[in-house]
Structure formats: structure tokens, C-alpha cells
Design a protein around this ligand. Structure first.
Ligand SMILES: NC(=O)C1=CN([C@@H]2O[C@H](COP(=O)(O)OP(=O)(O)OC[C@H]3O[C@@H](n4cnc5c(N)ncnc54)[C@H](OP(=O)(O)O)[C@@H]3O)[C@@H](O)[C@H]2O)C=CC1
Ligand SMILES: O=C(O)C1=N[C@H](C(=O)O)C[C@H](O)C1
Length: 242
């Protein structure tokens, strides 16, 4: 039985995680929200799972290192400095960071990489996502993960080819761009489509999340897997062996 500590336990994902931890026969070590004592939680846990906000991430990673416990980072909206902090933490403990812990999206990323690679640069890649009205970051972590997969298939860097938030006189589409469009509204759990648009044909690869339990189950599986791993930075590919 793994003792799992939740960062962001009062949130939507926090509630789904509590259920998934119990359903999988693990122990809830405790949970904190904004202002909670993350060092105390880390000391009481075998592994931490963070679905909160990027603002507290550095302090959370610091606590994980201090307690010597691994951590799953599911929080999205991460900036470069957060990824740098994750890389630094991964030198001391096992850290798994992903924009989506579901099995379906992890497999979708493989399909996107393969499609982008085989179809080649003449096929334009556009990624469309929709989420509930409360979501605070865009593009979603999943959309960025899928964009990274397309870029890897093309042998390019997403950072150099990312095009988001088109509005007004944008000019023609940049050659080789990977485009992002984010829709927000209602209670949508998470919809992602990767459109590969070629001459007179289009291929669309999509994933629909019906509820948050898919993310929670994946996160709990990742947390359990992570407790046996040496320090390093991991992804869901490592957990699911895809
Ligand atoms: N990787 C994945 O598979 C998935 C990732 N996510 C990501 O997880 C995150 C949370 O999503 P969701 O549960 O829907 O969001 P919610 O807003 O419902 O929950 C977030 C919770 O975290 C709390 N919180 C904010 N800052 C901190 C902090 N510094 N320390 C501890 N707790 C904090 C919030 O408290 P307060 O309300 O007081 O601010 C809130 O209770 C988002 O970044 C989302 O994109 C979501 C689903 C799947
Ligand atoms: O905020 C959410 O709700 C979700 N966030 C993740 C993301 O940014 O991709 C995963 C999922 O789509 C739900």
C-alpha cells in the first residue's frame, strides 16, 4: 500500500484523486491546498501528486527533495522556469511531469508523432482543444504535449514553430507552423483534436475525456510506479510502457 499525498486536494482533480486512491487500495497520506504545509505532507507520504497551480511548484519540489520522496506533477500552465526546476529536482528524486495522465492521450501522442513523421512537412498541423470555463491556462498542457509529439515526428522544435492565438491581419500561415486554438466553456472535461491538413484531404486524431477519473487513475498508477524508480525525470510513456 502506497501512501499518497495530494497537493490541491480541494480542487476538482483532488476530489477525483481521493476516489482513485481508495479504489486502488492505496492510502491517502493527506492533502493540502493553498497555504498548506507541504513539507509536513511530504514527510508523511511515500509519493506526492500535484494537481494545483504552477505558483507553488518550486516550494513543492523543494519539499519533495527534502523528504526524499518522488512526485507526479500534473499541474499545467508551466513556464520554462518550472521545467528548469523540475529538471533540477529530478537530479535528487524521481519526478514524473505530464500534461495528461490518461492512457488514451498517452497513446494519441504516439499516433500523432507517427502521423506527422509519415505525412511530412506538407501537411499542416493544427491542434484544437476545448475545456470548461474555469480553466486558467491555454493552450492546455495536453495540447502542448501533442504539439511536442508532432514536432518530434517532424524532427523540429515546437518552440520555434508554435503559432497560437491568431487574431486580425495575421498574414498567411507560416510554413511548418504547429497551430493551437483553445475554446473555453461550460463543463467540458477535455477535448483534443490534432488536424493534419494536406492537399485536398485531412486527417483528424481526437481524444475525449468523459470525466476526471481517467486522469486520476493514471496519476495513481504513475505515483505507485514512481515509488520504485531512481531519481530522474519520467513521463507517462515510462509508466505505461508504450
Ligand atoms: N495532467 C493531467 O492529466 C491533468 C492536469 N490538470 C491540471 O491540474 C491542475 C488542477 O486542475 P483542477 O483540479 O481542475 O483545478 P482546481 O482549480 O479545481 O483545483 C486546484 C486546487 O489547487 C489549489 N491550489 C492552488 N494553488 C496551490 C498551491 N500553491 N498549493 C496547493 N494547492 C494550491 C486550489 O486552491 P484555491 O482554489 O484556493 O486556489 C484548488 O483547490 C490544473 O493545472 C489542470 O490543468 C487537470 C486535469 C488532468
Ligand atoms: O484543466 C483541466 O481540466 C485539464 N487540464 C489538463 C490540460 O491542461 O491538458 C488535462 C485535461 O485536459 C484537463
Amino acid at each position: 500500500m502506497t501512501r499518497i499525498g495530494i497537493i490541491g486536494d480541494q480542487g476538482a482533480m483532488g476530489a477525483a484523486l481521493v476516489q482513485a486512491i481508495e479504489a486502488d487500495g492505496h492510502t491517502l497520506a493527506g492533502g493540502i491546498d493553498k497555504g498548506g504545509d507541504v513539507a509536513k505532507l511530504a514527510d508523511a507520504s511515500d509519493v506526492l501528486v500535484d494537481f494545483s497551480s504552477p505558483h507553488g511548484l518550486e516550494a513543492t519540489l523543494h519539499a519533495a527533495i527534502g523528504a526524499g520522496v518522488p512526485i507526479v506533477v500534473g499541474t499545467t500552465g508551466l513556464a520554462e522556469r518550472h521545467h528548469d526546476a523540475i529538471d533540477a529536482a529530478a537530479r535528487a528524486v524521481a519526478v514524473l511531469q505530464t500534461g495528461n495522465t490518461s492512457l488514451g492521450v498517452t497513446l494519441l501522442a504516439h499516433l500523432v508523432r507517427e502521423a506527422a513523421s509519415r505525412l511530412g512537412p506538407d501537411w499542416d498541423v493544427e491542434i484544437v482543444e476545448m475545456h470548461h470555463r474555469r480553466k486558467v491556462d491555454a493552450p492546455s498542457g495536453t495540447a502542448l504535449l501533442l504539439g511536442e509529439a508532432a514536432a518530434a515526428g517532424r524532427g523540429i522544435t515546437l518552440g520555434d514553430h508554435r503559432e497560437s492565438g491568431r487574431d486580425g491581419q495575421t498574414g498567411a500561415r507560416s510554413e511548418g507552423a504547429i497551430g493551437f486554438a483553445a475554446l473555453r466553456g461550460g463543463t467540458v472535461t477535455g477535448e483534443h483534436s490534432v488536424i493534419l491538413a494536406g492537399e485536398e484531404e485531412r486527417l483528424t486524431l481526437s481524444h475525449s475525456a468523459e470525466n476526471r477519473s481517467i486522469f486520476a487513475r493514471g496519476a495513481v498508477k504513475a505515483a505507485q510506479w514512481l515509488t520504485g524508480q531512481p531519481s530522474g525525470r519520467y513521463t507517462m510513456n515510462d509508466v505505461l510502457d508504450l
